[in-house]
Design a protein around this ligand. Structure first.
Ligand code: FES
Length: 110
C-alpha cells in the first residue's frame, strides 16, 4: 500500500521546467501546507516552506548550484536529499506523463 497521497503541481514536466528556470523558488499550498519546488541541475526538489533559521518563508529566495538561499537573512541551505546533508524537510516527488506531483504522507483518515 502506498504511503503517500500525491498532489499535482504541474500538468507536465516541461511546464515545471519552464516555471522554475533561473533558480526561482515556486510556492504551493498542498493540503493546507506550504511547499516549495525548485529545479537544480535539471532535477526537481520539493521541501517544506519553513526556513530552518527562524521559520520564515523561502518565497522570493533563490536556488543555485545545489544551494537554496532564504530571502530573509540570506542563510544558505544545501539542497541534497542525502541523509544528514540538508537542514530542509524534503517531500517526495513523482514525475510522469501526467505531470509533476508532490507526495504528502497519508494521515489516519486519508
Ligand atoms: S529566516 Fe531564513 S535565513 Fe533567517
Amino acid at each position: 500500500m502506498e504511503r503517500f497521497v500525491w498532489h499535482k503541481l504541474f500538468d507536465s514536466e516541461s511546464q515545471a521546467h519552464e516555471a522554475l528556470d533561473g533558480g526561482r523558488i515556486a510556492k504551493f499550498f498542498v493540503a493546507d501546507q506550504a511547499v516549495c519546488l525548485v529545479k537544480d541541475q535539471g532535477q526537481f526538489f520539493a521541501f517544506e516552506d519553513n526556513c530552518p533559521h527562524q521559520g520564515f518563508s523561502f518565497a522570493g529566495g533563490k536556488c543555485e548550484a545545489g544551494v537554496v538561499e532564504c530571502p530573509v537573512h540570506k542563510y544558505k541551505f544545501v539542497l541534497s536529499k542525502e541523509e544528514g546533508k540538508s537542514a530542509l524537510n524534503h517531500y517526495p516527488l513523482k514525475v510522469n506523463e501526467q505531470g509533476v506531483f508532490v507526495g504528502k504522507k497519508k494521515g489516519f483518515w486519508s
